[in-house]
Write a protein that binds this ligand. Structure first.
Ligand code: SAM
Length: 258
């Protein structure tokens, strides 16, 4: 299909997807953090069924797979990410128990009460934290776990510039105690929370994006969508540098109890 036949949205989505295919991770995180979160999850066996929602190209999924023995389904709405996910699984010889599928986290293709663990790093915001916790719960077995990372405020108050930025991109950002209360209200026991270290943002996310931006700008000179995307990325990194003591990603691990 030529670009003329595609809607602007399709072109934008494809460009965004292509851009993030140039980096290992599509959000802040690290293998150490994935394993720390996993250490709070009990009772996984080779029969366990795990879903990684908004898996991207599977950076964290492959780490999970190398430290668990059950079956993992990675689900993402971008076919390009899922294709790369399945390629990565094959490269690591994990294809028998790690499969990527295209789908949406607001219409899960799993059996009710069928999953032992729902994982989602930096992605639940796409459906919203409370809505995701409430809707995904029905797919978990009793005693099953949910483990998600989510942007959160570290303080009750913060400078207007960073407050306004987050209100415009994700107004559901909240403090850790408020997020924990939402977990409890949704029918889980909050098991653990911890803040992702700074290197998850800087070394593992923002730094690889600098190189990716250079390559992309050279490939698409003068493209307005690309320019906007690059500008937003630089702004996001600059805000983090300025205001990192006020916000960050927090991992929340919880157990379904009713
Ligand atoms: C910030 S990225 C995080 C990716 C990956 N979990 C990581 O940490 O590297 C968010 C992911 O959510 C996916 N996504 C967005 N909306 C979605 C939806 N409705 N259903 C499934 N995936 C979605 C995006 O395609 C993207 O891969």
């Amino acid at each position: 299909m030529s670009n003329e036949n595609k809607t602007i949205l399709e072109i934008d989505v494809n460009l965004i997807c292509e851009f993030f295919l140039n980096v290992k991770r599509q959000g802040p995180g690290s293998p150490d953090v994935t394993l720390k979160a996993l250490s709070f999850v009990d009772n996984l066996t080779e029969k366990s069924l795990i879903a990684d929602l908004g898996c991207g190209t599977g950076g964290q999924t492959m780490t999970l797979a190398q430290h668990t023995t059950g079956h993992i389904t990675g689900l993402d709405c971008f076919p390009g990410f899922v294709e790369r996910f399945n390629y990565n699984a094959r490269e690591l010889n994990l294809q028998e128990r790690v499969k990527g599928i295209v789908g949406s986290m607001d219409a899960l293709p799993f059996e009710e009460e069928g999953l032992d663990l729902i994982w989602s790093e930096g992605a639940i915001y796409n459906i919203g934290f409370e809505r995701g916790l409430n809707e995904w719960r029905r797919y978990l077995k009793m005693g099953g776990y949910v483990a998600v990372s989510e942007s959160s405020w570290f303080t009750e108050e913060r400078p207007a510039e960073i407050h306004d930025f987050w209100m415009s991109v994700y107004p559901e950002i909240d403090t850790i105690p408020n997020k924990v209360a939402q977990i409890q209200k949704a029918g889980y026991i909050p098991v653990a929370t911890f803040i992702l270290p700074e290197y998850c943002w800087t070394e593992n996310y923002f730094t690889p994006l600098i190189k990716a931006r250079e390559i992309f700008s050279q490939k698409y000179p003068g493209n307005k969508t690309v320019e906007e995307l690059m500008k937003f990325g630089r702004h996001e990194a600059e805000l983090y540098r300025k205001y990192k003591e006020f916000y960050g990603y927090v991992f929340y691990i919880a157990k379904k109890v009713k």
